[in-house]
Design a protein around this ligand. Structure first.
Ligand SMILES: C[S@@+](CC[C@H](N)C(=O)[O-])C[C@H]1O[C@@H](n2cnc3c(N)ncnc32)[C@H](O)[C@@H]1O
Length: 230
């Protein structure tokens, strides 16, 4: 199915606005809640233009053998209206919780009945309201960018994922060396590895993650708990 030029323009303009808001959790949440109205977000970021959720689901599926997928407990971080869970379901995953800063986005996800729990929360350096070692996987697509998930909150994902579990981050490649992550995100990921919190499984660049922009897919395996950060 083709996408109209008008939809492409809406997608481009809204993404530009979403990712330039600049480090303010309330503004980010308010912006997305307004974008989610009607079916605007879902229509603008349809799979023709935004492949991130499909890419994230494939990356998670590649990590879990099909026999384990039905039981795998997954935290969809910056879940939005539920695109990642929709794609994970196609691979046989069934148990999802959604975490997102925007109540409006979560409300849309609720209408689809995709998740067991909806956690309205801005992921930052504060402790998430989730017990440690709760999930087999934490995954995000589109959650990283200016005004979105801070680089130094990733240890919170390590904390809530069980040893042996997966943290999978899918984001725009150009953001890695840009905006709030420049010279910070990948060094922080390396630091978590050096300190024994997680082990890098892969870092893969993918074409056309969103519109004409490449994406990068990070996969980290969480290591046993005595090294978890608090
Ligand atoms: C581009 S959307 C991606 C949503 C969904 N993952 C998808 O692929 O459609 C980004 C989402 O991240 C959420 N978000 C941004 N920063 C966040 C943070 N620090 N903690 C939790 N959610 C955040 C926004 O509310 C928004 O729903």
């Amino acid at each position: 199915m083709s996408t109209s030029q008008e939809t492409v323009t809406f997608a481009r303009d809204n993404l530009a606005e979403a990712y330039t808001i600049g480090g303010n959790p309330e503004k980010t949440a308010t912006f997305y809640s307004s974008w989610s109205k009607g079916d605007n977000y879902d229509q603008h970021l349809n799979p023709n233009l935004y492949r991130g959720p499909e890419i994230a689901a494939q990356a998670v599926a590649d990590f879990f053998p099909s026999s384990k997928r039905g039981d795998a407990h997954i935290l969809d971080v910056a879940a939005g209206t539920g695109f990642v869970a929709e794609n994970l379901k196609k691979h046989g995953f069934m148990r999802f919780d959604a975490l997102d800063a925007s109540e409006g986005m979560l409300q849309k996800a609720r209408q689809k009945g995709l998740y067991d729990n909806y956690i309205c929360c801005y992921l930052d350096t504060n402790k998430l309201p989730i017990l440690e070692d709760t999930y087999d996987c934490a995954v995000t697509s589109g959650g990283m960018g200016e005004g979105h998930i801070p680089y130094n909150s990733l240890d919170q994902l390590v904390r809530v994922v069980k040893p042996g579990g997966l943290v999978c981050i899918v984001m725009r490649e150009e953001f890695v060396n840009h905006s709030q992550y420049k010279d910070l995100l990948e060094p922080y990921m390396t630091r978590l590895e050096k300190e024994g919190h997680w082990q890098k499984v892969s870092r893969t660049v993918v074409e056309k993650y969103v519109l004409e922009h490449n994406g990068v897919v990070y996969k980290f395996k969480v290591l046993p708990g005595q090294n978890k950060t608090e």
